[in-house]
Design a protein around this ligand. Structure first.
Ligand code: 13P
Length: 254
């Protein structure tokens, strides 16, 4: 059975001292969690600080982006090795906010995914359609292209380290959640696509998270769906109560 993995994407929130406090609270509130996976993704600036708090706990640490080069004159960029050096072992790649505001494409996602894997980082690869695309009925086509492009050339072995996050853009930060059925339909489509691309075993074992206004009151219905294996949480991960509520909901379903 696949694990349920709850990841918190802190986005551009939390100074170092705020991050320290939140990480501490999350650690304390999740000591009873034995089965659900937990990952927190603070901004780059807080990674090393947060690592000090959670390094002896089962909570995983992730960055929110990475550049593909090892080093060089790439002002502001952070390499996979730099991310690793903070203690982080995960990295979110291709978030819709990166695609929308910073020119991320399936090609750059693919380069980043490869660079992450080559350096022992586990990518959380984000895909999802905009509202226009959903209304045009091209959700499957858009997500298929993102997955094929983002994961191009990966081996079955590499896929063991990849998490996919389906995040419909229209549900991010809007309070509008995909219904459990809407989300399940896309997750099932993604799993079928993974079977075609990488074989049945990879499809069965890959964790596919849902993201987009996941909150304590909708987490149970979403996480109960057959092909929804976790959540990538934005707003609700910034407060210890709502984030740990979602994690405890996941734990009960396992
Ligand atoms: P919200 O939970 O705030 O909608 O954000 C989702 C998200 O973008 C997680 O990566």
């Amino acid at each position: 059975m696949r694990k349920i993995v709850i990841a918190g994407n802190w986005k551009m929130y939390k100074t170092n001292s705020e991050a320290l406090q939140l990480a501490n609270q999350i650690k304390i509130n999740t000591t009873a969690i034995k089965k659900a996976g937990i990952i927190i993704c603070p901004p780059f600036t807080a990674l090393a600080t947060v690592n000090e708090v959670i390094k002896d706990s089962p909570i995983g640490l992730g960055a929110q982006d990475v550049y593909w080069e090892k080093e060089g004159a790439f002002t502001s960029c952070i390499s996979p090795g730099m991310v690793r050096s903070t203690g982080a072992t995960y990295v979110i790649i291709g978030h819709s906010e990166r695609r929308q505001y910073f020119g991320e494409t399936d090609e750059t996602v693919n380069k980043k995914v490869n660079a992450a894997l080559d350096n022992g980082l586990k990518p959380i690869v984000c895909v999802g359609e905009t509202l226009d695309q959903r209304e045009e009925n091209i959700t499957d086509k858009v997500v298929t292209k993102q997955i094929k492009g983002g994961l191009a050339g990966l081996t079955e072995e590499q896929m063991k380290s990849v998490i996919i996050a389906y995040e419909p853009v229209w549900a991010i930060g809007t309070g509008k959640t995909a219904t459990p059925d809407q989300a399940q339909d896309v997750h099932a489509m993604i799993r079928q696509l993974l079977a075609e691309l990488f074989g049945n075993l990879t499809a069965e074992n890959t964790v596919i998270q849902y993201g987009g206004s996941v909150k304590p009151d909708n987490a149970n219905d979403l996480l109960s769906q057959k092909d929804i294996d976790g959540a990538l949480v934005g707003g609700a991960c910034l407060k210890v109560d709502s984030f740990s509520d979602i994690i405890h909901t996941a734990e009960k379903l396992l």
